[in-house]
Design a binder for this molecule. Structure first.
Ligand code: UDP
Length: 331
């Protein structure tokens, strides 16, 4: 099986963002090969190319997969990614995220596959008091998740210097929405994210959404976040890949809309989109939550031509709601 533009190894391709990336890659003419251990991903999310089950800490398994598919590039999404979890069990995050990334990068270098797209996070910045984050903002992560991702960014730079690895790194915050055709969508077990929890409450699958804190110094007392539509996000990854394959230099890009939504604004928009009430209760602040997180994307626009087309709250909730109603959440 071969694709016109070549093969891309997608780690975490059975997860939320990875499965959407596979769809975008296939649509752009690449063959996405998913590598996933299914610890948090779903086998039936792998619909757009071959599946290789395996763990990223297993070098022999990785070597086998690189030899079999001879990918032109890697997109690395697989990671443990819950901030609260990383505070409770930092060892799991350091071991899991770092060991996976080092093993993967060493296998890629050994296979001569040097174009490497890495899904990082704005959690590498830490709490920056409401400034709009850019690629130049100093990184001071405040939780083990962010620290493990920053360590991987630094490790990629070392491999670039020593082995000619060519990394493109994306940093972003809140990802929402789903494939507008509802072939794939967001489904975590357990779920901790605002939009799917809210839609569960709307659909009666949970008693209510708990709003974490109403006394923040924001326009309505609730936290403000920059939400990007998952399809826009993965489009940026494909643009980054094309840049690398076209000979462009390694780079870092922030992906955000530059403006934020409060939790109450997300709830209000949900009411408009679904035409249903959101059952809400109000609780205390969640430990580790920053007040306002917003990130710019001028560089991605300028250098990659990234123009987020679906990242309005209306689109994100409408697409998530459509996916929610497919019943995939009832498995
Ligand atoms: N949030 C909330 N109730 C929930 C889940 C999230 O009020 O049940 C808030 C959370 O405090 C944050 C925003 O929604 O301000 C987005 O949280 P999420 O966990 O989706 O993403 P994060 O910002 O942690 O990456």
């Amino acid at each position: 099986m071969s694709a016109p533009l070549g093969t891309v190894l997608v780690t975490g391709g059975a997860g939320y963002i990875g499965s959407h990336a596979c769809k975008a890659l296939a649509r752009a003419g690449y063959q996405p090969v998913t590598f996933d251990n299914l610890s948090t991903g779903w086998r039936d999310a792998v619909q757009f190319g071959p599946f290789e089950q395996g763990d990223l800490s297993d070098r022999a398994r990785l070597d086998e997969v690189f030899a079999r598919w001879k990918p032109q590039a890697v997109m690395h999404f697989a990671a443990l990614s819950l901030v609260g979890d990383s505070m409770r069990d930092p060892g799991r995050y350091w071991r899991g995220n770092i060991l996976s990334a080092v093993t993967l990068v060493e296998a890629a270098v050994a296979a001569g596959c040097l174009d490497f797209v890495f899904s990082s996070t704005c959690a590498t910045y830490g709490d920056q008091d409401g400034v709009i984050l850019t690629e130049e903002t100093a990184q001071h992560p405040i939780n083990a998740y962010g620290k493990s991702k920053l360590a991987i960014e630094q490790m990629l730079a070392d491999f670039a210097a020593s082995h000619g690895l060519r990394p493109v790194i994306f940093r972003y915050f809140n990802v929402a929405g789903a494939d507008p055709e509802a072939q794939v969508g967001e489904f975590h077990q357990p779920e901790t994210h605002l939009v799917p929890l809210m839609l569960d409450a709307v659909a009666g699958k949970r008693p209510a959404l708990t709003v974490f804190g109403t006394d923040y110094p924001t326009r309505d007392g609730t936290c403000v976040r920059d939400y990007v539509h998952v399809m826009d996000l993965v489009d940026a990854h494909v643009l980054g890949l094309k840049r690398l394959l076209g000979g462009g230099a390694p780079a870092v890009y922030c992906l955000g809309t530059g403006s934020g939504f409060s939790v109450r604004e997300v709830i209000d928009q949900s009411r408009l989109v679904t035409n249903r009430e959101v059952p809400v209760t109000y609780g205390p602040r969640r430990a580790g939550d920053a007040v306002t997180l917003v990130c710019g994307s001028d560089k991605a626009a300028r250098e990659l031509g990234w123009a987020p087309a679906r990242s309005t709250m209306e689109h994100m909730i409408a697409d998530a709601w459509r996916w929610h109603q497919t019943g995939h959440y009832d498995r």
